[in-house]
Design a protein around this ligand. Sequence first.
Ligand SMILES: [Zn+2]
Length: 264
Amino acid sequence: MKTRISFIIISLSLFIMSCKEKEQLPITDLHIHLKGDFSIDDAVKKSQAENIKYGIAFNCGLKFPVHQDSQIDSVILTMKDYPQFLLGMQAEGREWVNMFSKESMQKFDYVFTDAMTFTDEKGRRNRIWMKNETWIDNEEEFMNYLVRTIVKIMNEEPINIYVNPTFLPEQMAGRYDIFWTNERMYKVIQAAKMNNIAIEINNRYRIPSSEFIKRARNAGVKFTVGTNNLDSNFSGAEYAREMIKECSLTEEDFYKPFNKRQNG
Ligand SMILES: [Zn+2]
C-alpha cells in the first residue's frame, strides 16, 4: 500500500512538473515595431515585465523611410545599446528583393515578409489590410491568386519567416475556414517546408487557425511568435500561448534566429 501511494505521489509530481515545463515555454516575439507611442525604453521595460524576448523589426521597402542599402548601417546603429533584442528586417512590397543587397539583409538577424501587398492580374496594386486598396471581383479567384502569390513569394524571396500568415481582407476574414480549404493550406505549407521558411503565429490578427498550425506542424514546418503591434497597446502573446497549448507545440517547433550582436 505504502509503495503504491508513493508511486502515485511521484507520478503526480512528475505530471505537475511536466505541466509547469509546458507553461514555461520561453516566448520570443519576433515582430515588434517601435511605432506609435511605443519607444525603445518601453520595449526594454515591457519585455522584462512580461518575460518575453523581443525581435525589433524595421520596415524596409519602396516608399518606406528605409529604402536603400546605404541606410542599413545607421538603422542597426540606433540599436547599439540594446543587444538583448534581435533585429529583424521586414521586407515590404514585392520590390524589396531588388532594392537591398544580400550584405544588407545579413546585417539583420532574420528577414521576413507578408503577402499583404501584391499586384493582381489586372495590374492593380493590392494592400489587403485596407478595404479601399483591395480589389475583389470574385472571392474564389481572389483566394486562388492570393495562394499563388504566397507560394511565389516563398519560392522566390530570400526570407526566413512568412508573417501575418493567411491574412484575409476584412470583407472575407469572417469566413476564414471556408476560404482556407485543405488544398489551399496544403499548397502554402508545402512551399514553406520546401523553402525552409518559418510561419508566424500572429497575436494581433489571431492567425493562422489552429487547423492550419496542426497541419504545418505535422509537415515539419517551424513557427515563430509575432505581434505586429501598432503602438504600446499589446501584451502577453496570448494567441500564441493558446495555440502552443491547443496544438501541443514544443520548443523544437520554433525557429530561433541567432542574435548576431550578442553571440558574435
Ligand atoms: Zn510588421
